[in-house]
Design a protein around this ligand. Sequence first.
Ligand code: GLA
Length: 371
Amino acid sequence: MYGREPRLFRAPGRVNLIGDHTDYNEGFVLPMALDRETVVAGAARADFTVRVHSLDLNVAAEFDLKEPGEKRRGSWLDYVEGIARVLQERGASVRGADLMLHSDVPIGAGLSSSAALEISVGLALLSLSGQSFERTALALAAQRTEHEYVGINSGIMDQLISALGRRGHALLIDCRSLETKQIPLETQDVAIVICDTRVKHELASSAYNTRRAECERAVELLRAYVPGLRSLRDLTAIDFFRYERFLPDVIQRRCRHVVTENGRTLTAAAALEDGNFDLMGRAMYFSHESLRDDYEVSCPELDLLVEIAASVPGTLGARMTGGGFGGCTVNLVRRASLAEFQTIIPRKFSAAFSYEPALYPAEPGDGAEEI
Ligand code: GLA
């Protein structure tokens, strides 16, 4: 298309094993990078024009980095133009480039196709411009892209795992310090299976921003009792039980989710380090209940998937993953029961909803890199 020889870059989507709606509360998350990715083929240009063609959508676009940018068109281009401009604003001298994109991360399924797009394009533009940029700084620029150019006040989880994932590992992230710890995830006996409801909720982004605002409100209210409280990350379980009665019902439940989810995430990470999948699985079930009842970001399709998964004897844990309101569940299933799991889930689900969910067995993959 462009008559040039490209370099190739990739960045993966992710599935979060546990710790949802904790990242923007400066808490803990435990995602893994997927073996599904966005690939960018790119060649540098001598000017400041970025031309980009999406093979999946079969559309092309271009923008000039010297001209003022456009925001929040509500299309894939927001991510591409956004990351280019944010990197530029943050001091990288990003040059023009011809880019071609292809992705096998399902779009809108809650597996972070958007982070994969931002990080792969960001890495490509930086590398083609001869710029080096620290991985965490790239992830922060991608998060800024979500806030400014897309309009979702997302946390840092998706971008950070896409930038830092490692094959055979999950990543424990402290979303305050941005310290990370690679935790070996041995999938010989236990499989990670993603079940996609195929439900895409239009309301998800506004509901997401509302949840975030409720958490900020909670911190404001709790400061009257816990002076200096900076975020829900700092709220101890003891203080929560001491002061919950002073909070409005909804805010109380949002807080309970965040406080207990942080605890579960640390428990699950420790369990994983010990190879204790039973304990990790139990934490996942409790996480789902908390997201469903206290945080209220699940939906009937997700709840049914978890219920069916739990009825298969070899399932150790199941929960919705990511932002919610549709999207996927993540399941920890003994390999010996995998075939049974893959038969029962579509059968029982379609009996209730008249269509089959998509199933993706997943392996923890590497983060962004040049191919
Ligand atoms: C989305 C956001 C993340 C995180 C999850 C919920 O994926 O992009 O930052 O908040 O939802 O855990």
